[in-house]
Design a protein around this ligand. Structure first.
Ligand code: AMP
Length: 290
């Protein structure tokens, strides 16, 4: 008993299975309440909490999920070392107005004999899809499951993972999943660094260099707006990242923001970058137009 009272309220209410999640969401919806889902991998920061703020604008009840999805990590990636602190996360979620924490186990998500893949073609073959083979297959698989399990009216994802958002919009459309998909703006540190759970991997020296990622994209966007060729501006950004200690640099590219096809009109264009800094692989993207 004593133990239970020490748990953050949301952990006591957490739904551990798809059935428990769906039962609660169906009950709310049967009362005419709108439900929002905000999927995360935990190690929460203000970026995640901004998704809950967006959710509160659009729904009466907020479900947050925490699931570090093994199928979206490559064999040499950081699945085992990914930061996990569920009690802290639950306390932050409760403060942010979350009504239900969905906390499934790997066994509940992928029971023995699980054999279904979800692959979004085209969109997933460039940018992070090229440098992290299989990553978006894992993302598409787990997000399809979360959307189908929750039956929420709306689901909120961060624009920080712009390509992921595009993949999720596409799979929801293609698979007739009726949940509305909403993208929320990137939350940044005052020096421009996009908040990320992986920023925790940075040493003090790397943390000081990290804002160069955003600064280099901003500089490239300004150059393109002033008429410089996109390829040349991206090459300059790469050089700047290299000089700041980033490496390897997976990509710096200008693409159409909607289709992720080669840039045709800077007005709808976006700049994307991914590069390693020490143990962290950092990604960012910004609009070229402003
Ligand atoms: P993650 O826990 O990294 O899988 O992220 C969960 C959700 O939070 C995803 O939809 C991310 O795009 C979103 N997110 C992560 N970082 C930020 C940020 N700095 N600003 C806004 N959304 C974010």
């Amino acid at each position: 008993m004593e133990r239970e009272t020490e748990q953050p309220a949301l952990l006591r209410d957490a739904a551990p299975t798809p059935q428990a999640l769906r039962r609660q969401v169906r009950q709310w919806r049967s009362q005419g309440l709108r439900v929002a889902l905000t999927p995360t991998m935990g190690a929460l920061h203000r970026g995640h909490l901004s998704l809950l703020e967006e959710a509160a604008q659009r729904a009466d009840r907020i479900v947050a999920s925490i699931f570090v999805n093994p199928t979206q990590f490559g064999p040499n990636e950081d699945f085992d070392s990914y930061p996990r602190d569920t009690a802290r996360d639950a306390a932050l979620l409760a403060e942010a107005g979350c009504d239900l924490l969905y906390l499934p186990s790997v066994a509940a998500m992928y029971p023995p004999g699980f054999s279904t893949e979800v692959r979004v073609t085209g969109l997933t073959e460039k940018l992070c899809g090229a440098s992290r083979p299989g990553h978006f297959d894992g993302v598409a698989q787990v997000v399809s499951k979360l959307l189908i399990q929750a039956e929420a009216d709306v689901a909120i994802f961060g624009q920080k993972d712009w390509q992921q958002l595009a993949v999720i919009r596409r799979l929801a459309r293609d698979l007739d999943i009726p949940t509305e998909i909403v993208g929320a703006p990137t939350v940044r540190e005052p020096d421009g660094l996009a908040l990320s759970s992986r920023n925790a991997y940075l040493t003090a020296e790397e943390r000081a260099a990290a804002p160069t990622l955003h600064a280099a994209l901003q500089e490239a966007a300004a150059a393109i707006r002033a008429g410089a060729p996109a390829a040349e501006s991206c090459a300059t950004a790469r050089d700047r990242l290299q000089a700041a200690g980033f490496g390897p640099i997976d990509y710096v590219e200008a693409l159409d923001g909607e289709t992720l096809e080669p840039l045709s009109d800077p007005a709808t264009g976006r700049l994307f970058a991914a590069a390693r800094l020490g143990k962290a692989r950092l990604i960012d993207n910004i609009s070229i137009a402003n």
